[in-house]
Design a protein around this ligand. Structure first.
Ligand SMILES: Cc1ncc(COP(=O)(O)O)c(C=O)c1O
Length: 293
């Protein structure tokens, strides 16, 4: 039974296949291909003061994710931009989360192959605060996941595709059951990769280290924060990081559209301080996204 705050039971409008429709009517049939075979790609974006941060980069990535899945999305970047702006306006939002989803719908095919089924798209937006609650101040507590980020030879690992989140959901459930707010995942080679919905950075002796994104999402926030640090003259090393190096890092933070810049206080048995550099990067990112830098 739907609760008052269930995501399918709210007031407002959702953009679906070209039209703004009443929120509760934005439904799909149970024989939707994506429900059975994970043929879905999506974006998570944030608007600050009515402006979606890096909006076009997100729209572009959505199209690339669709292309990587042999699922051409029948809209241009400009059309996606307009759909997002129209949805924000219809819902009267200015500080909001924006979710764009494209998926293989129902059609003549109901099996693994589905090239004849339409690729559909929807945009929903809602008000949203900090992803990790009060972790912004204290530092988030992370579990270490038993699941590994897969090799790019086994799955299109740079796509923001629904199927890649199966192990993220399981990892995050396990983490939350232990009182953690997220989990750090290693990759198929054993290197440190990322959290379940965010990239990770470490600090040692004033230098910043972050895993090479060669089998996971090179986040738009990650790229923004690396650029910001280079402008500040901070040395950033992108490389393979072994789990036993966690012991020697002094500070750690996560980056992501949802996470923004979130300090990390613990990963499994390892402890980190919410230090001056972490706070500086978090503050600079907030100023950047709000356009008052
Ligand atoms: C698995 C994963 N890694 C990294 C990120 C960070 O990406 P971005 O900064 O583009 O939001 C996200 C969030 O979208 C994610 O889901």
């Amino acid at each position: 039974m739907a609760t008052a705050s269930a995501y399918d039971d709210r007031d407002g409008f959702i953009w679906m296949d070209g039209d703004l429709i009443e929120w509760r009517s934005a439904k799909v049939h149970v024989l939707t291909h994506a429900m059975h075979y994970a043929s879905a790609v999506f974006e998570g974006e944030r608007a600050y003061g009515g402006r979606i941060f890096k909006s076009e980069a997100h729209s572009q990535r959505l199209l690339e994710s669709g292309a990587a899945m042999d699922m051409p999305i029948p809209y241009s970047v400009d059309q996606i931009e307009k759909a997002k702006a129209d949805t924000m306006r219809a819902n009267g939002l200015s500080d909001a989360y924006v979710r764009v989803l494209a998926w293989r719908g129902s059609g003549p095919d109901m099996g693994v192959a589905a090239a004849r089924n339409p690729v559909r798209m929807a945009v929903a937006t809602w008000e949203w605060g900090a992803y990790y609650g009060d972790a912004k101040m204290k530092g988030a507590k992370l579990d270490i996941s038993k699941w590994k980020r897969p090799s790019p030879e086994t799955i299109p690992s740079h796509a923001k595709a629904a199927g890649l989140y199966m192990i993220c959901t399981m990892s995050k459930h396990a983490a939350e059951a232990k009182g953690c707010s997220d989990a750090l995942m290693m990759d198929y080679r054993g290197y440190v990769a990322e959290a379940t919905g965010a990239n990770v950075f470490f600090v040692r002796d004033g230098k910043v280290h972050t895993p090479m994104p060669d089998c996971f999402l090179n986040g738009i926030t990650r790229q923004t924060v690396i650029g910001m640090m280079k402008d500040k003259g901070i040395e950033v090393v992108e490389r393979h990081i072994m789990p036993d190096e966690l012991e020697g890092f002094e500070q750690c933070w996560l980056t992501g559209t949802a996470a923004e810049v979130t300090p990390v206080g613990e990963i499994g048995p390892y402890r980190f301080e919410v230090g001056a550099l972490t706070r500086d990067i978090a503050t600079s990112y907030e100023q950047l996204v709000r356009g008052n830098h």
